[in-house]
Design a protein. Structure first.
Lengths: 254, 637
């Protein structure tokens, strides 16, 4: 059953990328436990607006856990305390009356703060542009059933493809590594027959771009897997490492 | 003025082939001399931008999100239709065409729908080649499931996240072209105007949502793929940023808006639970493959669902429509849910819900099988409601989901403004008065991959396009108008927030222009919308300034457009004195409460022309002729 709770929020406020930010305290009273976390911020923002203050900037769009636009660090955890849940799908019933909730943006060298809780994740797009695709032009495809794919392979590829590109893996990694994000795409495409011709080139190019964008290295902390809202497995990182090694040792790609 | 849809002659099966042959071509070496602007990166925009770039054009692509991968197509769950007939159950291009025209309640253009069915098969091939991980059978071939309004199994899917996977496919093709330097990508940009020079669309004006800077871009053709206007209702299943602004500003520049009253109310959404609610969540129609819809037989029966024996339950869809059962089209399923709730049989706290029950399916197939098919949907339901659908039936209620209306386009997908093309949900073309499930993804990708790249080429090759730069005075005028509007919004300093007005508007539309309408309510709604709009421009408060990241300002601009657009919507609904598909005027229904069309007087697309602020729009019509699918009362019994 729905009830209401009172919370103390400590929210990161920062005017712009080159301005110093700090935590501001807000009182969130009468919050329905049926609200989503973002609806709770909506309520605070409506109040701030009525009071003539600047509302908290935060990214969000589909509010169904699939677009990957939302995400903050809540009490030290990316997307908050619930496993396998994006911030928009986190509901206030998981908090208790009187809780203090600290809300911060993703923090990483590669993701600059734009304002408050909004960060620039364009580095992810750049990594995909370096090779996260199959080079097939529109119109040149054979019949979809011409290449059978074993169900288990298709399902494993789908497990990797479920990545929403939110950046929680980077935010939760002590090294701010993007290995889980990059490996999800490398893994998906290297598993499928359609992606095999370019597998070596793809692994080399995407890993190189990832390093260039300023993401850290992987030291097997597995924090990314624990916090990933889509529960992407770090076994994909192992597969990417194999693809990368194979490409370096046995292919003519540079 | 009677609109010319430019439907090519000849037998319907050959129209598209023949037309493609007749279209003028741009020499491969010349394509790089032409610039094309694509606004939007969803299935339609992303696929169009990628394909145009592959062909050699210079493409500029814009999106309001922080990445082209986040467009709202990503939230489509259930699947995508194609006439592959892989199941050998009697499907064909003709049957997909037939089902779509009938499902749309005979208010779509036959030639467009036939072309859509034809290219549907290419889409599946293309996506499989991109590495979209479609669901597969043990033998490795593609799997299918059934969707509403069809008696064949033709829907391809990737778990409950088909839209995501298809969009990431288009995004990967787009990313490849960005990497190759053929597409210049502009993220966090909102289109605020189309620039018309010598009667042709030659550019756009955008606001950089990070810096607030107003920017200008010139091109030889402009493509809008900016989605639907469902958020005019405030509560809908659309993403928060989905809006009508790009389409509406194009309307103000001369593009006619067609059939705005056709909105789709999706039958299976999680019911509303509080006034703080920001949006509604859809539960895929695919659930109706295995879920059974029911309500208690007796009004006011407050027992828990597991305490209600079979004999006291009413499976109203199965009883009323024995041949389609739970898989009737969306408009029919939604209206029936409303009918049951109006009769006092609704369930849950608000009594505005019906059950969608999986107990029989779990008993028949086992929990594993159901989990594999719908696991992520059940999980999403559980997160939002804290109920476990494996144990207790889901509660569902209809919600605004999709808009069949949109900018009017001809067979080339070109609007009434030469050089302005409109794709995907933003146009009005293929779904008539009601869209069948799994057809939105099909249409978005058909338009973007397989239709517009040809027809835009034909336009460019056939027109004399004088060189235009952003120094042209039309850009300056446009920027000035945009800035004036922004300054006005920021200077009002009233007492109510943007959301206050948006919620008021949404309630008026839901009550009077929602699942059921009547003439009296529509007349009343018009005045109410005008009042809300008048108050908005006197009493809204928009914090912050223009030259910064300002989400309140973004929303204010969108709601200002919704407030004007809503009136066009109501005008259209009032003018259509019949019921069809998603437009159900209570005054026009059969004895069995089904939509009653008036083919004699309303077998047309209604296209509205802007004539000035606070002025009635001009009405134009495109008569629809049905040579292949006979105009009949739809029956799903």
């Amino acid at each position: 059953m729905s009830k209401t709770i009172n919370l103390t929020l400590k929210v990161w406020r920062q005017k712009g990328p080159d301005v110093k930010g700090k935590l501001e305290t807000y009182q969130a009273d009468g919050i329905s436990t049926d609200m989503s976390f973002l609806e709770m911020i909506d309520v605070i923002n409506e109040k701030l607006t009525r009071d003539g203050k600047d509302p908290i900037a935060f990214d969000h769009d589909c509010r169904e856990g699939i677009c990957g636009m939302c995400g903050c660090v809540v009490n030290g955890r990316a997307h908050g305390p619930e496993k396998g849940t994006t911030l928009c799908q986190l509901h206030m019933r998981h908090f208790s009356n009187g809780d203090t909730v600290v809300i911060e943006p993703w923090r990483s060298r590669a993701f600059k703060v734009i304002k408050d809780l909004v960060v620039d994740r364009s580095a992810f797009d750049k990594v995909i542009q370096a090779g996260g695709y199959v080079s097939v032009n529109t119109g040149g495809a054979p019949d979809a059933n011409a290449i059978p794919i074993p169900q288990v392979i298709a399902e494993t590829a789908m497990d990797a493809a479920a990545c929403i590109g939110c950046g929680a893996c980077v935010a939760s990694c002590p090294n701010a590594s993007a290995m889980l994000f990059v490996s999800a795409k490398v893994s998906q495409l290297s598993l499928l027959p359609q992606g095999k011709p370019e597998a070596a080139k793809r692994a080399l190019a995407m890993v190189r771009k990832m390093d260039e964008m300023g993401f850290g290295n992987c030291t097997n902390e597995a924090e990314c897997e624990a916090e990933c809202p889509k529960e992407i497995s770090i076994s994909h990182i192992a597969r990417m490492n194999r693809e990368f090694l194979k490409a370096g040792l046995f292919s003519s790609e540079k | 003025m009677q609109l010319d849809a430019k439907i090519p002659g000849g037998p319907i099966e050959q129209k598209w082939d023949k037309y493609r042959f007749d279209l003028k071509l741009v020499n491969p070496a010349n394509k790089r001399k032409f610039n094309v602007i694509v606004v939007g990166t969803g299935l339609a925009g992303g696929s169009a931008a990628a394909t145009m770039a592959e062909l050699g054009y210079n493409v500029k692509n814009f999106c309001i999100q922080d990445s082209p991968r986040r467009a709202h197509s990503i939230a489509a769950q259930g699947g995508i239709n194609a006439a592959k007939n892989y199941q050998n159950d009697g499907d064909s291009i003709y049957r997909l065409f037939y089902d779509t025209v009938k499902g749309g309640d005979f208010r779509a253009r036959e030639a467009n729908v036939y072309r859509l069915a034809q290219v549907s098969n290419n889409i599946i091939d293309q996506c499989a080649a991109q590495g979209v991980p479609f669901a597969r059978e043990y033998g490795g071939t593609l799997a299918n499931r059934s969707f509403g309004g069809a008696q064949v199994s033709r829907t391809f899917y990737a778990r409950g996240q088909t839209g995501q996977q298809l969009l990431l496919g288009a995004y990967s093709a787009l990313s490849r072209q960005i990497g190759a330097g053929k597409v210049e990508m502009f993220e966090r940009r909102e289109m605020l105007d189309v620039v018309i020079i010598d009667g042709k669309a030659r550019g756009i004006v955008t606001r950089n949502l990070i810096t607030g800077e107003v920017e200008k871009h010139a091109a030889d053709a402009v493509v809008l793929a900016t989605g639907g206007y469902g958020n005019v209702f405030f509560l809908s299943t659309n993403a928060m940023a989905s809006n009508v602004t790009a389409a509406f500003r194009a309307y103000k520049k001369g593009a006619f808006f067609a059939n705005p009253c056709y909105t789709q109310i999706h039958p299976t959404c999680i019911p509303v639970h509080g006034d703080y609610q920001s949006k509604l969540t859809l539960m895929s129609e695919s659930l109706r493959n295995d879920g059974r819809v029911w309500v208690p037989k007796k009004p006011g029966d407050k027992r828990a669902p597991d305490q209600i024996p079979e004999s006291d339950r009413e499976y109203y869809l199965e009883n009323k429509y024995p041949s389609f059962g739970n898989l009737v089209p969306r408009d029919v399923a939604s209206r029936n849910a409303k009918e049951q709730c109006d009769a006092g049989k609704g369930v849950g706290d608000t009594e505005l819900a019906v059950y969608l029950d999986f107990a029989d399916a779990i008993k028949r197939d086992g929990r594993d099988v159901i989990e594999k098919k719908y696991g992520n949907l059940f999980q999403m339901y559980n997160k939002i409601t804290a109920d476990d659908p494996y144990k207790t039936p889901m509660m569902i209620y209809p919600a605004v989901h999709y808009t069949m209306g949109g900018l009017w386009v001809d067979y080339n997908l070109m609007s009434t403004v030469p050089g302005l093309f409109v794709l995907g949900e933003a146009n009005f073309s293929d779904h008539g008065a009601n869209r069948l499930g799994a057809s939105a993804l099909m249409q978005g990708l058909a338009d973007g991959y397989f239709v517009a790249p040809y027809t835009i080429g034909g336009y460019i090759a056939g027109e004399t396009l004088n060189p235009v730069t952003t120094d042209h005075p039309a850009f300056k005028e446009s920027i000035q108008a945009v800035n004036e509007k922004t300054e006005k919004l920021l200077s009002i300093n009233g007492k109510k927030t943007v959301d206050d007005f948006h919620k008021e508007l949404g309630k008026v539309l839901w009550d009077h222009c929602g699942m059921a309408r009547n003439n009296n309510g529509l007349d009343k709604a018009k005045g109410m919308i005008q009042n809300i709009r008048a108050e908005f421009w006197k009493n809204v408060t928009v914090p912050g300034s223009q030259g910064e990241f300002n989400q309140s300002l973004e929303r204010a601009g969108r709601v200002a457009d919704f407030l004007e657009f809503a009136e066009v919507m109501v005008t259209d609904a009032r003018a259509r004195q019949e019921s069809c598909g998603g437009h159900f005027n209570e005054e026009f229904q059969t004895d069995e409460n089904e939509a009653l069309r008036d083919d004699e007087n309303f077998c047309h697309a209604a296209a509205w022309e802007y004539t000035g602020d606070d002025k009635e729009p001009n009405f134009h019509k495109e008569p629809l002729t049905f040579e292949h699918v006979k105009l009949t009362q739809r029956s799903y019994k």
